[in-house]
Design a protein around this ligand. Structure first.
Ligand code: DC
Length: 233
């Protein structure tokens, strides 16, 4: 492949987009862009200021006052900054997930963040994950993947991830959050979550992480004619 290429991965919360995209980025030596983290940073700012997250006017007034920064650390991890402070851990809190979903349903917020995302793809070969990457952000992406799994499978995986971090959570509560976000992210008028017409759908309900990674690598190799730079990452 000559020049930059772009891979879009969209799908519902908890489908494993970021883990998979991160591993692929390492294997193929390209940049991983987690666009959800950008919406989470806006959600966190609204939360901290106590702004009603559905009040578009109030949120739009806040946006120009925010300094949203994105940097990659030495291990290639994407870190998010809000007004100069690293908020990468805080934006992962469950209450901020809900705030992120709320603010992301506002068309003004989406328009504000669009150029930042496109710029990254102009300057780098990327694998970018989100909800509207293949449909809105990068409609000309070289490869579009729609990654999905049943809500129950996603809730179980999330619970396992939290347990690994020493956080105990209630299955029903995790499932309820996933369903809330599914409904809101798919049902909103502005750039709703949906598969692009030319996306390859990968349903991983029955496939484990290694299996999903192997499948994605195969699709990338077949569609783009590029091979991983590093095996076994
Ligand atoms: O991928 P994530 O769970 O970190 O995303 C957090 C929220 O941001 C999610 O509920 C929907 C929203 N989002 C979006 O609307 N568009 C994107 N491209 C990425 C995320």
């Amino acid at each position: 492949m000559n020049g930059h290429y772009s891979i879009a991965i969209d799908g519902p919360s908890g489908a494993g987009k970021s883990s998979l995209a991160q591993r692929c980025a390492k294997a193929f030596g390209i940049l991983y862009v987690d666009t959800g983290a950008i919406y989470r940073t806006v959600g966190l700012a609204a939360y901290r200021r106590g702004i009603d997250r559905k009040d578009e006017r109030a949120i739009m007034e806040m946006l120009p006052e925010l300094q949203i920064g994105m940097r990659y650390d030495d291990s290639g991890e994407q870190r998010m900054y809000l007004n100069g402070a690293d908020v990468s851990a805080e934006i992962r809190l469950p209450e901020i997930s809900i705030c992120a979903s709320d603010v992301s349903s506002l068309p003004g917020v989406r328009a504000f963040l669009l150029e930042m995302q496109r710029q990254l793809a102009r300057e780098n070969s990327v694998i970018m994950d989100g909800r509207d990457i293949g449909t809105v952000v990068l409609p000309d992406a070289d490869l579009k993947i729609f990654l999905t799994a049943s809500a129950a499978a996603r809730a179980e995986r999330r619970l396992k991830q939290l347990a690994e971090k020493g956080v105990s959570a209630d299955y029903e509560e995790v499932l309820r959050d996933i369903r809330y976000r599914d409904e809101q992210d798919s049902g909103r008028a502005a750039a709703p979550l949906k598969a692009a017409e030319d996306a390859v759908t990968m349903d991983t309900t029955q496939i484990d992480f290694d299996g999903s990674f192997a499948l994605l690598c195969r699709i990338i190799e077949e569609r783009l004619g590029v091979r991983p730079e590093k095996e076994g990452v």
